[in-house]
Design a protein around this ligand. Structure first.
Ligand SMILES: Cc1cc2nc3c(=O)[nH]c(=O)nc-3n(C[C@H](O)[C@H](O)[C@H](O)COP(=O)(O)O)c2cc1C
Length: 187
């Protein structure tokens, strides 16, 4: 198992009862020893992106987000689909990061809490690849929590098979991060 890893998780939904947030929380709860996941709570606090503010007037919340991303060995992203696209808050967070140097080459694990929403998965993949992240595609999985009661959700996420899936995908992500880190510079 590679050394300790810090993963930073972004959720595209600010909803209190968010299924995507529940999925990220379940990943955090099932992280194998050596993997720490912190869930980002800054997405809803960021002002609307304005390129004029990039030169010396960066909002403190953006700098905080950028510092977390810099410190992270990898990102986990889970997002609902809104009108066939990326929710505005998450897209806004990504827009603030586009011209900065924290995100290029950062390994990303995409997960999804619904059987629907292929447009947002496609859009996120395109945007993140344009931002030069390293999408670790074989760690993608979806667990359908859409339309489930809180009780049903808890039961799905507490299921031994689900927990193994969460833990194994995190281990696969950790191995991919180690592999990416070992590549010669420039890849
Ligand atoms: C404003 C809005 C727009 C939505 N648009 C779509 C859509 O285009 N396609 C889709 O599959 N679901 C759509 N949904 C449903 C959400 O993607 C779905 O309920 C998701 O699982 C919610 O995630 P959350 O529980 O993390 O908030 C929309 C929901 C909202 C609130």
């Amino acid at each position: 198992m590679p050394g300790p890893l810090f993963l930073y998780a972004l959720c595209g939904s600010l909803r209190k009862g968010s299924t995507n947030r529940a999925l990220i929380e379940a990943l955090r709860a099932n992280a194998p020893p050596g993997i720490t996941i912190e869930i980002c709570d800054l997405v809803g606090d960021l002002p609307i992106f304005n390129p004029d503010r990039e030169a010396g007037d960066m909002p403190a919340s953006v700098l905080e987000l950028a510092a977390k991303i810099r410190a992270a060995d990898g990102l986990v992203i889970s997002s609902p689909e809104y009108a066939h696209g990326i929710p505005g808050g998450l897209k806004n967070a990504l827009d603030w990061l586009v011209s900065r140097d924290e995100i290029p080459h950062k390994p990303v694990m995409l997960v999804h809490a619904s059987h629907r929403g292929d447009f947002v998965l496609e859009a996120l993949t395109e945007v993140l690849k344009t931002m030069s992240v390293r999408m670790v595609e074989d760690t993608f999985f979806r667990i359908n929590l859409l339309g489930k009661t809180p009780e049903q959700r808890r039961s799905i996420l507490a299921d031994a098979e689900t927990q193994t899936l969460l833990s194994e995908n995190l281990q696969r992500f950790a191995r991919a991060i180690a592999h990416i880190g070992a590549e010669p510079a420039g890849h």
